[in-house]
Design a protein around this ligand. Structure first.
Ligand code: PRP
Length: 177
């Protein structure tokens, strides 16, 4: 699937700069706390990889895969864990790393699920947020960019598994879906 992207929302350079800023914030906030960064597969994989390499304190990585029932463009809030964490998070300072918060339903479920495991803290770091689509209130401590209600792809974000490998984030033209 090859598409010309007329509207690039965030360029590679803008993403790199913002990711560095978020890494500085996390580095400052988590001195001596050895945070566990939990990447929610697959969309957050590049964000996680770039962010963690800019963090200059000791930290660890883990991965979760979840499947949210729904259509190609809408999640339902009914979430199934496909791959759970390897680590026991009791007493740990957890940061959930997401690519996008849309309705907030996936994150709301995830957060509740992780909190039940008695971590010291759970915060959220999402590269993108679409506030206009929110169905549940979700506190997100670290946000890269706000986006309007358009379908975005690239830098990990997909449409039917395509476009994740773009270096930038673009608007998928409506005629594509
Ligand atoms: C996306 C994204 C979030 C979720 C956000 O994942 O990574 O996990 O949807 O939507 P919500 O706020 O409406 O719940 P997706 O299910 O597309 O999986 P992917 O990361 O593997 O692409």
């Amino acid at each position: 699937m090859i598409t010309q992207f007329e509207e690039i929302l965030f360029s590679e350079k803008e993403i790199r700069a913002r990711v560095s800023e978020l890494a500085v914030e996390i580095t400052n906030d988590y001195q001596g706390k050895d945070p566990l960064l939990v990447c929610v597969l697959k969309g957050a994989v590049f964000f996680m990889a770039d962010l963690v390499r800019e963090i200059t304190i000791s930290c660890e990585m883990d991965f979760m895969a979840v499947s949210s029932y729904g259509s190609a463009t809408d999640s339902s809030g009914v979430v199934r864990i496909l791959k759970d964490l390897d680590a026991n998070i009791e007493g740990r300072n957890v940061i959930i790393i997401e690519d996008i918060i849309d309705s907030g339903l996936t994150l709301s479920y995830l957060r509740k699920n992780l909190r039940a495991r008695n971590p010291a803290s759970v915060e959220v770091c999402s590269l993108l947020t679409k506030p206009s689509r929110r169905k549940v209130d979700i506190a997100c401590k670290y946000v890269g960019f706000e986006t309007p209600d358009v379908f975005v792809v690239g830098y990990g974000l997909d449409y039917m598994e395509q476009y994740r490998n773009l270096r930038f984030i673009a608007v998928l033209p409506e005629e594509e879906f």
